[in-house]
Design a protein around this ligand. Structure first.
Ligand code: DX5
Ligand code: ZN
Length: 216
């Protein structure tokens, strides 16, 4: 199976959102990654349900939602109603992570747990068998266009070993500072899904950038 690529809408041109979504629909992108920020869990605010509703209507790719908000469990039903494919909640934002993961799955979505750069992979030991995907942050969450944190490569390898040694098929997704160079090394370390904001949307040819990321 080739690399799964999820362009991050955060780097799109919000003045021409429909144009950018038409590009994503036409492209070889597998999913669309949507970053929800509340200004509390992360030092930035992105977009909320009115924008998401329009995106869900226009986008023909499965929606991969990344919640950078406190108390994400409050909104599980709302995301299920929008037809979201996968819901990523931060380990650092969930007191009752196991309950939240099961609520997401009961609502028919794939459950993914996200780790900040300083959170070790070892915290997943007692939840890894219950989840569909792990999203490793390879920058500090909150902004697009940041520099890739090198230590992430070691974290991917540790997580790959944890998943393979248990014969699980949990996907490994990475988010932040992914370009053709870091993406290649992440692929070699065992990543399944690359999220990419700037590398896709700041490219003169976003569809070609998506094709290149898929081939890594
Ligand atoms: C950052 C977001 C990312 C962001 C990635 O908090 O979670 O999804 O859009 O952007 P790039 O690929 O530009 O680092
Ligand atoms: Zn994200």
């Amino acid at each position: 199976m080739g690399m799964i690529v999820a362009p991050s809408l955060l780097s799109a041109d919000f003045g021409h959102l429909e144009r950018d979504l038409v590009m994503v629909n036409r492209s070889d992108a597998d999913w669309l990654h949507l970053d929800i920020m509340d200004g509390v869990f992360v030092p930035n605010i992105s977009f909320g349900f009115p924008v998401l509703r329009s995106v869900a209507e226009l986008c023909r790719k499965p929606l991969d939602v990344h919640l950078m908000i406190v108390r994400p469990e409050k909104f599980i039903d709302r995301f299920a109603e929008l037809g979201v494919m996968s819901l990523n909640v931060h380990y650092e934002a969930c007191t009752h992570l196991h309950r939240t993961v099961w609520e997401i799955k009961e609502r028919g979505m794939k459950a993914a747990v996200t780790l900040n750069p300083s959170t070790p992979v070892s915290v997943l030991e007692d939840i890894i068998g219950d989840i569909d995907m792990v999203l490793l942050m390879t920058v500090n969450p909150g902004f697009g266009g940041q520099k890739f944190i090198e230590h992430s490569i070691d974290k991917v390898k540790t997580l790959r070993d944890m998943i393979d040694s248990r014969s699980l098929n949990t996907l490994i997704e990475v988010d932040g500072g992914v370009n053709f160079e870091t993406g290649k090394r992440l692929a070699e370390a065992g990543v399944d899904v690359l999220v990419s904001g700037n590398t896709v949307f700041a490219s003169p040819d976003p569809e070609e950038a998506i094709r290149r990321l898929k081939s890594l």
